[in-house]
Design a protein around this ligand. Sequence first.
Ligand SMILES: [Fe+2]
Length: 305
Amino acid sequence: MSEIGLSALLSPMTIDDFLISAWPDQPYVNHELCESIATLKSLPFLQSLEVLLNSWPKLVQAHLPDVSDESSAVDVTPQNAKKLFANKMGLLFNNVQTISPELATWLAAIKSDLGLPVSTLARCMVYATPHGKGTAAHFDQNINFILQLEGIKKWTVAPNNHVENPTERFTIGQPVDPELASYAAPVMPTSMPHEDRQEIILQPGSMLFLPRGYWHCTEAEGEALALNFTFSQPSWADIFLAALRSRLLLSPEWRELADGVSSANQALRAQAQEKFDLLIQELREDIPNWSAADILAATEGEYKC
Ligand SMILES: [Fe+2]
């Protein structure tokens, strides 16, 4: 029986070797896939763009030529997507696992193989890219395992010296998300960074692991079709905030409306601040009893070291 999950994408490398040598912050490319991904390659809707467009029950995202990125896109019917692709626009089929129990199984298996938090969002996307087109230089807040299905795709990738562990994506030339701007370098680059950049050529059967935050841009040679397994990266802050919110919501006082905090009446604002201080004081007394094991038991289910 064929393998399912991360071992099939890494073969012949083992998951343990990948976790030591690449995960979570070094790109890894594998050009040796064939037998191990036979089940994926046999999925009917992945046989060609034509078949995918004919079987796709939802809208398709078409990337507009101004930016060539998902930050500038329109949702169109599969019929219109076919015309836009012929006019050199890239297409994105999002959440492909919703039409494929097999892909949903793959996502769950990879998530488990990586030991990702329960709250990780996992999805499959298919990118169709016309000859000579690709994506503008950007980085993502997610990780991607990219499996090239058809055509050739040239990837230019570079480590990110502008922001570590981004929680939002960013495309060069586009506005910086306010949350990202709060901790990123004050000036973002205006073109794909050169330092330590690498070129990677993906052919049908190649797989690229692209870490979170890694700069990348792409260009297709021939019409290219690629399947992405994408996983969000819940941080320690996310885990802690989820537990904190659950804990606070047990209290009717914490569930109360934060009344008066922006009141024009100064006395009401002072009253609100005093009440909030009391709640924080109560939390301060509770926090010393918190432990990682208790929080993880709540967020990750049955948790044992
Ligand atoms: Fe990307």
